[in-house]
Design a protein around this ligand. Structure first.
Ligand SMILES: Nc1ncnc2c1ncn2[C@@H]1O[C@H](COP(=O)(O)OP(=O)(O)O)[C@@H](O)[C@H]1O
Ligand SMILES: O=C(CO)[C@@H](O)[C@H](O)COP(=O)(O)O
Length: 503
């Protein structure tokens, strides 16, 4: 019986639980999906109970199907979808569905924050108060559901709620706390100035801990519910992008992370907390203590592909749909896709922009549309890389993770659009591996993340830019860049005509 740690990756579409030994061997992995509810355009909610049930199913499968013994699991940690707001009452009961990172209903609150605090807000948090972040959501509840706000005694993020249900302990780690935009990044504490400005009781904010800190053992109730042992220690964990970067070995300035999950992310390691991109690019505490990262987020990356598949190829296998894009060409035979189908965050912070296919021709087949979707998402990533390049950053490697990294074609498209070498991991589940690494360091197997990374992080394939295709993509990207300014007004005008899915 070999001891192992679990990395629990609470994503937006599913939870994935990965068991890893001290030697970095992945001995089992289980996944359980859960739904997302979009009752109105711009809304995105989940029932926190679904996270608990799905995680428990995955753990039960590890024990019953994969034959992992509960006593083998000496520690576990968490990676969580970021920014989502979970509100608890005085009995620690959930007050309303969680409002997720891709819920963009809080534009008035975002504007109110900027009107009230302006530049000072960006100085404190190193971020703009975008709709996706937690504070605008909290203010939305305060203004639109005051009876719920009045009952709220604790605010948690998704993985922190899951940890609470498994241990009975309330906590939040610094990487997720930055994503609330209520943390004073320079002082590394909740910002009293922001709390006072919006009349938010400080008692709502849970205690801050580091990602590798111990957060209690599995409690009796959860041990009985799941089959885990009360001897298993939990460690705080981090934001999914922070954990993804840990699991991808991002620990210096020349490697960049590209993640295609439900959202898409281009992420860069930042050694100094003083760096401030004035909110154009997000700035967050990293899961490695006393370091930071910045990132640009494409709201609908894997989500765009999911939408396409659900709408036009529902009963077909995911891999086959993606592979069909090989029948198309670089530039999808003259078809472009802009992935703004739930609004956008970077490089355009615009909750009302919507997506488009440009250049539809009678010659186009479904595989051209698939190709355009894959390419459009990466053009959006390229826009973010260009923001970094404008600031003088230079990279020689992109590490590709997330569900999208299952496709070699998509990784080659990345290498060609970025004109940079792209490498993949042995297991594309970087966030789960990163969470397991936090537990491995927390438990004392390794002195620090860097030591653990040498054993746990294993790369797989290398995709080199193909010069002919790089040239074609450079031209196509210039055309793609015109889509946002050309469609902004048109798609904003269409807002009132969108279906209200609550009816
Ligand atoms: N075989 C595949 N090839 C390419 N992309 C895929 C494949 N299967 C799933 N995906 C993409 O991966 C995304 C899910 O990635 P994942 O990292 O699991 O997301 P999350 O952490 O947000 O739940 C889906 O939205 C889908 O677009
Ligand atoms: O909002 C952000 C980052 O700021 C998202 O990246 C979420 O953290 C969701 O991640 P995935 O489920 O797409 O991995």
């Amino acid at each position: 019986m070999t001891d192992c740690v679990l990395g629990i990756d609470l994503g937006t579409s599913a939870v994935k639980v990965t068991a890893v030994t001290k030697a970095g061997n992945l001995i089992a992995q289980e996944q359980m999906d859960f739904p997302i509810s979009q009752p109105k355009p711009g809304y995105a909610e989940q029932d926190p109970e679904d996270w608990v049930s799905a995680t428990t199913v995955a753990i039960v499968r590890l024990i019953l199907k994969d034959q992992i013994l509960p006593e083998q699991i000496i520690g576990l940690s968490y990676s969580g979808q970021m920014h989502g707001l979970v509100l608890l009452d005085q009995n620690n009961r959930v007050l309303r569905p969680a409002m997720l990172w891709n819920d963009t209903r809080s534009t008035p609150q975002r504007e109110e924050i900027m009107a009230r605090m302006g530049k000072r807000f960006v100085e404190i948090t190193h971020n703009q108060p975008l709709e996706g972040f937690t504070l605008p959501k909290l203010l939305w509840v305060k203004e639109n559901q005051p009876e719920i706000f009045k009952q709220a005694t604790t605010m948690l993020l998704p993985k922190d709620y899951l940890r609470f249900r498994m241990t009975g302990k309330l906590a939040i780690d610094y990487s997720d706390a930055t994503g609330t935009v209520m943390l004073d990044v320079d002082r590394q504490q909740w910002s009293q100035e922001i709390l006072d400005a919006f009349d938010i009781p400080a008692s709502l904010c849970p205690p801050l801990v580091r990602s590798i800190d111990e957060t209690g053992n599995i409690d009796q109730w959860y041990a009985e519910y799941s089959g885990l042992s009360t001897g298993t220690k939990t460690f705080a964990g981090g934001a999914d992008n922070a954990c993804g970067a840990v699991g991808a070995g991002i620990d210096g300035p020349t490697k960049v992370l590209s993640s295609i999950g439900t959202s898409g992310v281009i992420l860069k390691y930042e050694p100094k907390k003083e760096t401030n991109y004035n909110g154009v690019i997000q700035y967050e505490d990293y899961a490695i203590p006393n370091t930071y990262y910045s990132m640009g987020v494409t709201l609908a990356a894997g989500y765009s592909l999911n939408w396409f598949k659900k709408t036009f190829a529902d009963n077909e296998d995911f891999t086959e749909v993606v592979q069909s894009a090989e029948k198309s060409t670089v530039g999808a035979n003259g078809l472009l896709f802009a992935p703004y189908i739930v609004g956008e965050r970077a490089p355009y912070a615009d909750a009302d922009i919507r997506g488009s296919f440009i250049g539809i021709d009678g010659i186009h087949r479904r595989y051209d549309f698939v190709r355009a979707v894959l390419e459009g998402i990466i053009f959006s990533f390229r826009d973010i890389l260009d923001l970094y390049k404008e600031k003088g950053s230079r990279f020689d490697t992109v590490v590709s993770i997330g569900g999208g990294a299952k496709s070699p074609l998509w990784q080659q498209i990345q290498a060609n659009i970025f004109n940079v070498k792209v490498i993949s991991l042995q297991n594309e589940q970087g966030p789960g591996l990163g969470a397991a690494m936090l537990a491995a360091v927390g438990i004392g197997w390794y002195h620090d993340i860097s030591e653990c990374s040498k054993v746990f992080v294993q790369f797989k394939d290398v995709f080199l830019p193909e010069p002919e295709n790089v040239k074609k993509y450079q031209k196509l990207h210039q055309i793609y860049r015109k889509i946002y300014p050309s469609t902004k007004e048109i798609t904003h005008d269409l807002v009132d005509f969108r279906r209200d899915t609550s009816r």
